[in-house]
Design a binder for this molecule. Structure first.
Ligand code: SF4
Length: 345
């Protein structure tokens, strides 16, 4: 049945699709970068990040030689910073092992840091015309609906089965176009949350879920575990025109990113002054800030915040200007809401 979708799907794709910057190139580095960025956020949000990243790191050699603070800054706001670290490590491996050229080989791509089945399939098929599927959430949704497959798409064995099915049917003459067409159909027509636009779908006549009236219930997902709630008290510490920041530990969530100092608990307004004075901080003024929430994959930070004025800077913090904080230091978007206080600086 999957074989039957190729012709109507490609005809539909060829008739017109979104005009995205990474669709105009066969440069494997550009395709790789776009695919990693697209794993984190919406297409419209990725475009400016993609263009800015390529201005600073136009090729793999430049990326491999780019310092951490620069590539983290370019990624600021996208989240999942381990992905850009892997991108950088993989660029170094490509320079050391493959002479700075991405290997035109699916298995070799799979061995690079941060490149899994999906990304390797996308690069191999789009840049090199290798017949490998690229199976992301969009493609899983489209495929399970086409097949009226009621198994959970979060099950590793199910994903493996569907990938094998697509691998056996992918057209060898246009694998990149096929993968992009499947992604495009999933992003624009066979959209999630039980609302596919079947009336304009080029595969409606072949789709089993449509015929069985099951499009609302497919794809089936395994319920996720509830996120862990972590209370935090964030301190926007100022001393004159300088702001005190610190670096997170080398491992774990937001590893080595810069942040505002924080306590992993909520400290009430009547207690914060005493808590800081006990630590030897020369506090002259305290102002409560608007609380904020930030959601990670498995954790939620429920943050309260205070703006703290100090008489002198303290050694435990790194002191930077508001300009440096905006332009040099990568600050995770979790802290963005507290940054508005600095707008007048
Ligand atoms: Fe998706 Fe509807 Fe098309 Fe089936 S007919 S592939 S459910 S949009």
């Amino acid at each position: 049945m999957i074989g039957a979708i190729i012709s109507p799907l490609l005809t539909w794709y060829d008739a017109g699709h979104r005009d995205l910057p990474w669709r105009k190139t066969k440069n494997p580095y550009h395709i790789w970068l776009s695919e990693i960025m697209l794993q984190q956020t919406r297409v419209e949000a990725v475009i400016p990040y993609y263009e800015r990243f390529l201005q600073v790191c136009p090729d793999i050699q430049t990326l491999a030689a780019t310092p951490e603070n620069v590539y983290l800054k370019l990624w600021e706001g996208l989240g999942y910073y381990s992905r850009v670290r892997n991108l950088h490590r993989a660029a170094q491996v490509i320079c050391q092992t493959y002479g700075g050229q991405m290997p035109a080989d699916y298995d070799a791509l799979r061995t690079l840091p941060g490149i899994g089945d999906y990304t390797a399939g996308a690069i191999a098929s789009i840049a090199f015309g290798i017949a490998q599927p690229a199976v992301d959430g969009n493609v899983l949704r489209v495929t399970t609906r086409l097949l009226n497959d009621t198994r959970s798409i979060d099950d590793t064995k199910v994903k493996k089965d569907l990938r094998a099915l697509l691998a056996a049917n992918i057209p060898t003459d246009r694998p990149g176009a096929f993968n992009q067409a499947m992604m495009e159909l999933g992003a624009t027509v066979c959209i999630p949350n039980g609302a596919p636009r079947c009336d304009i779908c080029p595969l409606m006549h072949l789709c089993q879920a449509f015929q069985q009236k099951n499009t609302d219930s497919i794809p089936v997902r395994t319920p996720k575990k509830a996120r862990r709630i972590q209370p935090r008290t964030v301190l926007l510490v100022r001393c004159g025109q300088q702001i005190g920041i610190c670096q997170r530990p080398a491992h774990g969530l937001l590893a080595r990113m810069w942040e505002f100092p924080a306590f992993e608990e909520h400290i009430a307004p009547q207690d914060i002054g005493q808590t800081l004075t006990k630590r030897g901080w020369p506090v002259t003024n305290i102002l409560a800030l608007q609380p904020a929430k930030h959601i990670f994959t498995h954790i939620e930070w429920h943050m309260i915040g205070y703006e703290i004025q100090l008489k002198q800077p303290i050694d435990q913090l790194t002191w930077v200007s508001a300009h440096e904080l905006r332009h040099t230091y990568a600050l995770p978007s979790a802290f963005r809401s507290f940054l508005s206080v600095l707008e007048e600086m």
